[in-house]
Design a protein around this ligand. Structure first.
Ligand code: ADP
Ligand code: ZN
Length: 560
């Protein structure tokens, strides 16, 4: 027997089958119950509320309200619904008074199946008045809350307006809710449930594996040059996104790429709305554009054929990394997630946390999340296994989970976990490692001695000059050529030693401290911390990957 949902899937959307857990989710929501859906980008979340909206409208339940923070996307989604003959509309700040009034009248006359609104509009007296009227008529079919992680301050995109969404549950208790997100680790997930009062919702978690994405993390030397080589070697003429931390870096990288003949455009908040909009639509419409951007770019950009996502600066945690890299390969064809990561990234991410105005508990959580990402970057094991493990998924065991049938979920099926994906740099090209313990101890003891001798702290460059036996002006100024560790690390290259410092910071065996120069500009200096002791005493070894900057997985065969 074909269900109503199936008929809609085939007739309206033109798809033969539901994907993954879509069917279970759709059935559950049509039945009038709450759901929390975690599905990776490109997994097909929209259908999970669009089909219930259509079916519940046909059953006489009225309108579905979709809450989405992505105003830019509402227009596209509404047009897509119109194309398949579904009555949809949006209410947001782009409409003038008359347009708003038209939509409201249409809504009250029952002529809208899906209404998209921004969260900040929802909690206005005027809008709640409309919802009250619909509710009184029994014409509120469903609330769909997209990008549900925005409710959590642990998520990567906290929006205070999402906190107000509990009003839905309290004011319209009988109306079912479906909350959806593409990213949420265990902490964020628990927060969503608590904040949105979704305790009785059925939870559907899909596998978060993006099998077509190849993960590569290289050691940063000259990020722009490395990026250029990567693009020329593997993605000549392809569309891609390059993420940078600052506007200045965006400009620099975009310029470097353009100079080398790559079709690159910049995108950041400092560019002005018009130019941003122009660059974004060129990226969406034209072929082979590389968008060099800050994280301001991408939320809700649905371009299926992005062949690579590159990070020339490290993001702040694994959720952001997963979310940003997930914008590649939405069409299911091979795509690359490439990141260059270095010592400066660790220092700058650490100090951004330290200097944020947040409370200590919050900073502690953020540090933990950063450490997990550092672990991924420094790790010599399969990137995918680690990435999925972060989201509590065991690679090879599927990961599909349905809280109503935990026993039947793939995660608990008797399948062996896999430790290798065969599609990341570490699997394709197992890194050689070297024992950096000796160098680490010499560096730590130099940091200690220089501080003890001079009563000030020093940055990485100066410490490296000392251990490498370089008599610079600064070394002479502080008489650091007389330290017993002077010149003790001449057997190591500078990149090797920087790698050791980076690793020490990553494992918490070294800390940084801001120093103010007399000229008023500040820089990060190195200081010992509790974690240094184990390394100094030889109780903890420091394992390093051999320089990967020049390594790259062999050029991909495009014939998969
Ligand atoms: P998400 O919001 O989870 O990132 P979308 O809802 O945008 O994903 O869906 C991703 C793509 O997959 C869209 O092009 C959508 O039309 C397509 N899609 C979703 N469900 C199915 C299905 N059952 N069969 C075929 N294509 C589907
Ligand atoms: Zn792997």
């Amino acid at each position: 027997m074909t269900s109503l949902a199936h008929t809609v899937l085939q007739d309206a959307f033109g798809y033969a089958h539901f994907r993954g857990s879509q069917q279970a989710i759709v059935d559950h929501v049509i039945g009038g119950d709450d759901a929390l859906v975690l599905m990776p980008t490109g997994g097909g979340k929209s259908l999970c509320y669009q089909i219930p909206a259509i079916v519940r409208q046909q059953q006489g339940h009225g309108t579905t309200i979709v809450i989405s923070p992505l105003i830019a996307l509402m227009h596209d989604q509404v047009s897509a619904m119109h194309e398949i003959g579904v009555d949809a509309a949006f209410l947001n700040s782009t409409l003038d008074y008359d347009q708003t009034r038209d939509v409201e009248l249409q809504l009250l006359s029952g002529g809208i199946t899906l209404l998209y609104v921004a969260p900040e509009r929802l909690n206005t007296p005027r809008f709640l008045g409309l919802l009250d009227e619909l509710h009184a008529m029994g014409k509120l079919a469903l609330f769909a809350i997209d990008e549900a992680h925005c409710v959590s301050q642990w998520g990567h995109d906290f929006r205070p307006e999402y906190r107000e969404l509990t009003v839905l549950h309290q004011r319209y208790a009988g109306v079912p809710r479906i909350a959806l997100t593409a990213t949420a680790d265990a902490l964020t997930r628990a927060d969503i449930v608590e904040r949105m009062q979704l305790e009785s919702a059925r939870v559907f978690i899909s596998s978060f594996d993006r099998a077509n994405i190849r993960y590569t993390i290289v050691e940063k030397k000259d990020a722009s040059a490395q990026l250029l080589r990567f693009i020329e070697r593997e993605h000549d003429g392809d569309a891609g996104v390059v993420y940078c931390l600052s506007r200045k870096k965006v400009e620099e990288v975009a310029q470097t790429l353009c100079d080398a003949g790559v079709n690159a455009l910049p995108y950041h908040a400092g560019l002005g709305a018009e130019l941003r909009q122009k660059n974004q639509s060129r990226f969406l419409r034209e072929e082979g554009i590389v968008m060099v951007a800050t994280i301001a770019f991408g939320m809700g950009i649905n371009k299926p054929d992005v062949r690579f996502v590159a990070h020339v600066d490290m993001p702040k945690n694994i959720e952001s990394y997963y979310q940003e890299t997930g914008r590649g390969g939405r069409d299911g064809l091979p795509a690359d997630a490439w990141m260059a990561y270095g010592y400066r990234d660790v220092v700058s991410q650490r100090s951004m946390i330290d200097e944020s105005p947040a409370g200590d508990a919050f900073k502690q959580v953020m540090r933990g999340k950063l450490d997990a990402l550092l672990g991924l970057a420094e790790g010599t094991d399969c990137r995918r296994v680690r990435l999925l493990a972060y989201f509590d998924e065991v690679y090879g065991q599927g990961g599909d989970y349905d809280s109503a049938h935990p026993e039947a979920s793939a995660a608990s099926a008797e399948k062996a976990p896999r430790y290798q994906c065969g599609n990341c740099d570490n699997c394709l090209n197992p890194p050689k490692t070297w024992d950096g313990t000796d160098a680490a101890r010499k560096l730590l003891s130099t940091i200690y001695r220089a501080h003890a001798a001079s009563q000030v702290t020093f940055g990485a460059t100066h410490i490296l000059d000392i251990v490498r036996g370089k008599e610079t002006d600064k070394v002479r100024q502080f008489s650091h050529q007389q330290l017993s560790t002077f010149g003790l690390c001449q057997d190591y290259t500078e990149p090797q030693l920087r790698g050791v410092l980076r690793q020490l910071l990553a494992i918490g065996a070294l800390a940084t401290q801001k120093m103010q120069t007399e000229a008023g500009y500040s820089f990060e200096t190195l200081v010992l911390c509790d974690g240094s002791r184990a390394v100094l005493r030889g109780e903890q070894t420091v394992e390093l990957r051999e320089s990967t900057a020049e390594r790259s997985p062999s050029k991909r065969q495009r014939s998969t």
